[in-house]
Each structure stands twice: as structure tokens, then as C-alpha cells.
Design a protein. Structure first.
Length: 628
């Protein structure tokens, strides 16, 4: 028996109102934090085994004593760390457990347990007591566990994680009962499968990596504390900020603003204020200027002493758009970028500082200035690095490949969108919100679904445009594109469309994208194009899956882009993909998706040099004067 979608949805709805995604973890004069990263005890339930651990209250037991107990590093996906396919392809529950002492000296602080990302459904227990649950990977959640902590003693942290996908989850998935049954050539089933032997298929083209994928931290916060900070600062020097505080009884608020050199440029004593500074140092994307950052310091003074303090980085930066173009600080912005994945050998989708640094260094080496967080929000550490490096980012919800548009899914999607915006709202590098990737929006019921999402995003944040990435739909059957501020389109001429017909690519891309522009009169970014190439497979003349063929597809597509730019039709381009990544097994995937211009171990293919030459040549000097 497997966890039924109705049960998963019920757990989901029960947990939605209890979860908040607030400030990023910070250690300072008042706040402290303990990392719970490391080796956790790990127990896997039977494949498709139902809710064995929940029903039998494994949270009350010592997982170390289980016969199949092992250890699992956190953060990391668990799938590729075993020696067999059972762990890699596991569907259902796994359990994590860690024991930690909490010192007596911290007993007067609030203790908040924070998870950076758990895929996809998590139930959290402290000393055997359930404290929260959360659905939806790739976003942080936290819970106050002060009442459950035993001070001056060892505490048991237990997390049950389920990676089951259904039509009620985001991303969506389905159970395939037939494709795994052995058949003869006529299609007749040859034998019955053992109980529970079904495939849970995600409606997406990347591997369903699961587990505790980002850091786990125990934050220690004062009883009177800063809950949230919202900052809006534009390129004219105007700013607005609002701070949420747990209690203002007897509390004095002090606010200071510093520029990047540490010079004080503003002081105040209100939780909400607006103002103006002269000659602001602006945040610019790479190639357009320096990405200057400011800091807002908020302090709470209680009985003459510092009770809490928090510093939030931000930038003076404005995003605007016309019917044909996106502007940063009133100057035309042309995206030279990438679709990417948080994916690497062994750790899967687990966060790793070295991999993040390598990827962003390579992006800069390539001359890129932007990327989309395909197909989910990336780690918070990456967002801060984007700010520092001047890399513009379109942040995307985990809603990839939507086929169903139920009210329950809409509610979950809205909640994940709200949490995503709340997490990333103060990052100047974030220039837009993407609601979904390649949804089937030719269906009429998708319109109201996406209108709710657009209204939600605009209601929270009117300073950034909202988009959706279109793939299976066309300009003449889509039901939602007119709702967007700008449009993203994925197209694979020369690969999924007309493979082998390289001379057709230029005209096909040009007319396809031009028709989107003529229909909707909105800015357009081509967010995916390209072809697979197996590293080291060289064929002359080129054939599919060779590095030469991938390079030729990219070169021909660039000819179309140049014509589209000249006709002021597109405002950006993103290759698919930055690097090869793992997928589930299909006949079209040879050990993963190989559309990367880098291999999975980040070695350059032929196409990487073609793309680098283009990006470095065009850079910020691409001819955008025709729009001004």
C-alpha cells in the first residue's frame, strides 16, 4: 500500500497554516545558530510500503537500533549514495535521526529549527513529539521548538521524508501500474508483479532526488525578536522598509542604513518608513555596472539594552518593462544566460558550496549575466552570491509540467509562490518571478488558475514582472500568456522539432517567436533551446547526439536570435542547459540529459566555446538602442 494522494493532500492542508518562511539565518551580537549538518542515522521503509513508520510510531523509537539503520549525510540527496538500485529508485518514506546536546546557558533563548529544503513532504519530531509538517521542496521552513527542547541534555531530532508525487503535489506526478509489468510482443502481461511494485513517475525531465537537500540549523533567538524585513529601493534613491517585530511593548526601534563602504546614510526609529538618499550607488547586472549593495540594520532596545539586531542586504535597483523590452535602472537589459539545475554526481540535488562556486565562476567565464532557477527555487546561498556578483535571476516555483489545475493545487501553488517571494524579495539580483515551466495552458481551466497566481504575485510585489515559461503550447492556443508581464518560450528546432534539418532552424525559430510577439505584444525571452550531445562523441559530418551536431544547432539558432533582436522581438536568450544532469531512465536519455554545454563534471564541450564567444562579444554592448 502506498501513501494515497488524498492522505498526502490532507496532511498538506493541515500544515499550510503553521509554516512560515522568514528571515535568512544570521549569527550576530545577539543571535546564535548551531548547524545540525553532518551524518544522521538513516532508515528506509519498504518500497511503496505505505505509512509503516507513521502508523507504528517510529518517532518514539531509537532508529540507531533498527537492523537496516545506516548513516546519511545532510545536506545531500540519498538516492545515489547506496550501492544498489533500491535506494536510488525508492518511493515512499525514509527516516532521519540526529542526537544533539543543547546547553543550559541557552535556556532563555527561543529555539527555532530551520530546514533549507526537504523533498518533498516532511514530518518533524523533537524528542518523539511531532512539532510540524511541510510539503513542497526547495523552500525553507522553520518551527519554534523551545517547548520541546531539554536543556542541558541530549535531544533527539527525527524527520520522516516522503518523495511520493501525485496530481495533488507540486511538482505533479502519477503512479504507473502498467509500464513496469513484463509483457510479450502482443502486449499481454506475462506475470503479476509483487505487491507495491509500481512506478511513481514525476511529470518532469530530471531525477526525483529526495531527502534533506539543504542545511538544517538550530537558531537561538531572543524572546523579543525581529520577524521579517521588507525593503523596496529604486534607482532614484527612494526607499521604503517595513519591519515586523514580535512585540513592541517597551521596545525602542533603531534603524540605520549603510552603503557598501560602511558609511551611514540614513537613521530612523520606526518599524515602517520611506525616504530618499542622494546619489545612490546602484546595483547593476554584470556588464552594465557595479553591483553595489547596501545594508539595513534594525535594532530592538529593551530596558536600555540591545534585545535583538538584524542586518539585511539590499540594492537600489529598478526593474521596468515596455511592450518589447525589460529595463534595469531605466537602461535596456538583454539576458545572456542559462537554464540550470542544482545537480551533481553523488550528492544529487544536495547543496554544496564548492559546486555552487564552480558553477557561478563558469557562468562568469562564459560572459553570462543571468539565469533562471529551473525548475525550482535554488539555495539561499546562491541568491546572496547572485547579489554580490551582479547576476540577474528569474526565480521559478517548483511547478514544472503542470497538467492538472484543481483548486487544491492552486492553493498549494499560491502558498509556495508566497513563500518563494517572501524568501527572495529583498535580493536585487531577482528581476522577475516565474510561475511555472511548460504548463499545459492550452486547457481552458488553466486561465483562472494562473490569474490567481498572477494576482498573488502582483499583490505581494509590484516592483518585479511576472512570467511563465511556455513549451507545449503555441501562440494560437495558449490561454494565459496575455496575463503575463513578459513571456518566456522554450523551443527545440533541430532537436525535438525537425531533427537533422539544420538549415530549417533559422527560419523556424524566427517565425515562431515573431508570432508570439505579434499575438501578445509583450517582451519575450527564449528560455530554452539546444540539443543533446554525449561528451566525447565526435562525428563529422555531424549526427544527432554528437558534440558537432549540438554546436551546429546552437549556431543556427543564434542566427535567428540576431534577426529577432534586430526586429526588437526578443529581450534575452538562455541556453538549455548549463551542464548535463541526471534524469529517470527513458529511451531518450543516456545516463541523464546531455543538453549541457558542460559535462556533469563541469568540463566544456565544443558548444561551450561557441556560446562563450557569443556572450563575451555581445555582453552589455548588444545593440538595444533601437528600443529607446
Amino acid at each position: 500500500m502506498i501513501l494515497k494522494p488524498t492522505v498526502l493532500l490532507l496532511l498538506l492542508l493541515q500544515s499550510i497554516s503553521t509554516i512560515t518562511c522568514l528571515l535568512h539565518v544570521q549569527k550576530n551580537e545577539i543571535r546564535t545558530v548551531d548547524s545540525l549538518d553532518g551524518l544522521w542515522t538513516f532508515v528506509r521503509e519498504p518500497h511503496n510500503g505505505g505509512d509503516v513508520g507513521i502508523v507504528n510510531q517510529w518517532n518514539t523509537l531509537d532508529l540507531e537500533r533498527f537492523q537496516n539503520a545506516t548513516v546519511m549525510p545532510v545536506p545531500s540527496a540519498y538516492n545515489d549514495l547506496g550501492t544498489g538500485s533500491e535506494l536510488r529508485d525508492h518511493i515512499g518514506w525514509v527516516w532521519y535521526e540526529k542526537k544533539e546536546f543543547v546547553p543550559l546557558r541557552d535556556r532563555n533563548m527561543r529555539h527555532v529549527l530551520r530546514f533549507g529544503s526537504v523533498n518533498y513532504f516532511a514530518v518533524v519530531y523533537i524528542n518523539s513529539e511531532k512539532v510540524t509538517s511541510h510539503i513542497g521542496g526547495h523552500l525553507p521552513f522553520e518551527v519554534d521548538i523551545s517547548a520541546q527542547i531539554k536543556f542541558g541534555a541530549e535531544n533527539k531530532f527525527t524527520v520522516a521524508v516522503n518523495n511520493t508525487l501525485s496530481w495533488s503535489t507540486i511538482p505533479q506526478g502519477d503512479f504507473n501500474y502498467q509500464s513496469v509489468a513484463p509483457r510479450n510482443i502482443s502486449g499481454r502481461i506475462l506475470s503479476r508483479l509483487p505487491a507495491g511494485a509500481v512506478k511513481n513517475v514525476g511529470n518532469f525531465d530530471f531525477f526525483n532526488y529526495a531527502g534533506i537537500l539543504r542545511s538544517v540549523q538550530l537558531m537561538k533567538i531572543p524572546s523579543v525578536y525581529i520577524q521579517n524585513i521588507n525593503i523596496v529601493a529604486d534607482h532614484t534613491g527612494s526607499f521604503f522598509f517595513e519591519t515586523a517585530v514580535s512585540s513592541l511593548d517597551g521596545v525602542r526601534v533603531e534603524v540605520k542604513m549603510f552603503d557598501g563602504e560602511g558609511s551611514l546614510v540614513y537613521t530612523g526609529n520606526q518599524t515602517k518608513s520611506e525616504g530618499q538618499i542622494s546619489n545612490p550607488k546602484l546595483w547593476w547586472p554584470r556588464g552594465m555596472g557595479k553591483p553595489d549593495l547596501y545594508s539595513l540594520e534594525v535594532s530592538l532596545i529593551l530596558d536600555g539594552e540591545l534585545a535583538d539586531i538584524y542586518r539585511e542586504q539590499f540594492g537600489f535597483r529598478t526593474v521596468t518593462w515596455s511592450d518589447s523590452q525589460i529595463f534595469i535602472n531605466s537602461k535596456p537589459f538583454y539576458c545572456l544566460g542559462f537554464g540550470m539545475h542544482e545537480d551533481f554526481e553523488i550528492i544529487g540535488r544536495g547543496f554544496n558550496q564548492a559546486i555552487m562556486t564552480k558553477d557561478l565562476n563558469l557562468l562568469e567565464w562564459m560572459g553570462g549575466n543571468c539565469y533562471r532557477t529551473t525548475h525550482y527555487p535554488y539555495s539561499e546561498e546562491r541568491m546572496f552570491e547572485n547579489d554580490r556578483r551582479g547576476i540577474a535571476v528569474i526565480v521559478e516555483t517548483p511547478a514544472v509540467g503542470l497538467k492538472g489545475f484543481s483548486k487544491a493545487n492552486n492553493n498549494l501553488h499560491v502558498k509556495m509562490l508566497q513563500d518563494m517571494i517572501d524568501r527572495d524579495k529583498n535580493h536585487p539580483s531577482v528581476i522577475a518571478w516565474s510561475l511555472a515551466n511548460e504548463p499545459q495552458t492550452m486547457k481552458k481551466e488553466s486561465r483562472n488558475y494562473f490569474k490567481t497566481l498572477v494576482d498573488t504575485a502582483h499583490g505581494i510585489d509590484r516592483t518585479r514582472p511576472v512570467t511563465t515559461v511556455y513549451g507545449p503550447t503555441n501562440f494560437d492556443n495558449d490561454q494565459t500568456a496575455d496575463l503575463m508581464d513578459f513571456i518566456c518560450v522554450n523551443r527545440y528546432y533541430g532537436w525535438y522539432i525537425d531533427m537533422g534539418y539544420i538549415p530549417w532552424i533559422n527560419q523556424s525559430v524566427y517565425w515562431d517567436i515573431s508570432l508570439w510577439r505579434e499575438t501578445f505584444h509583450k517582451p519575450i525571452i527564449v528560455t530554452e533551446y539546444g540539443a543533446d550531445s554525449i561528451p566525447g562523441l565526435n562525428q563529422e559530418p555531424s549526427v544527432d547526439f554528437s558534440e558537432q551536431y549540438q554546436n551546429e544547432v546552437i549556431q543556427e539558432t543564434h542566427h535567428a536570435f540576431d534577426a529577432l533582436v534586430k526586429d526588437h522581438t526578443i529581450t534575452g536568450e538562455m541556453i538549455w542547459n548549463f551542464a548535463d544532469f541526471m534524469t529517470g531512465m527513458t529511451t531518450t536519455r543516456a545516463v541523464g540529459n546531455h543538453k549541457g554545454v558542460f559535462t556533469r563534471s563541469r568540463q566544456a564541450k565544443i558548444a561551450a566555446y561557441t556560446l562563450r564567444n557569443r556572450y563575451l562579444k555581445k555582453g552589455s554592448n548588444i545593440d538595444t538602442t533601437i528600443w529607446t
